[in-house]
Design a protein around this ligand. Sequence first.
Ligand code: ADP
Length: 192
Amino acid sequence: MNIILLGPPGAGKGTQAQFLVEERGMVQLSTGDMLREAKSSGTEMGKRVAEVMDRGELVTDEIVIGLIREKLETVDAPGFIFDGFPRTLPQADALGELLKEMGRTLDKVIELKVDDEILVGRIVNRAKEAAAAGKPVRADDNEDSLRVRLGAYYKQTSPLVGYYWAKGQYQSTDGMAAMDDVRKGVAELLDS
Ligand code: ADP
């Protein structure tokens, strides 16, 4: 089964994806993680995307589609969880094409629904916790970048709700419940 986890920054996509990796042996494909990896390894591409990411804007479709294509061509998995991808309509079209080429299907699109107010608090908290634990704080986990990230979400990513709804693939669950209840909500949708 291949699924997309949809939702604004801080909605908990990464946390829920991790549960699915542990419980179902699925493979998480997070374009955010892939881009951060490229950034820290200092590749040409990493250098090009660093500034854009730190500002909270989206990197080009071409780059992220390339990253996803490479993974799909090299990683074998019983199912993929797309986390943070697709984020634009052209990315959604590209994903459809890629999966088709590989004889795979997109089975579900699950949105984690959350309030904006909560998101800001969660992300500020994530940055504080990382700092307190001596871990690196994401360069885009600050209030200015967060506003840009939320803006990008509503402008460029939220149209995907209608896109997948029209295809009959869209479902949503409450992302504001306790972590374990969100996990159950996602599991119910996957098993229905
Ligand atoms: P979050 O969902 O918390 O904003 P991510 O780790 O998914 O965090 O993404 C961090 C940043 O990486 C984004 O703000 C953007 O700059 C870049 N990025 C990640 N995925 C994509 C994508 N599919 N398309 C364009 N940019 C992306």
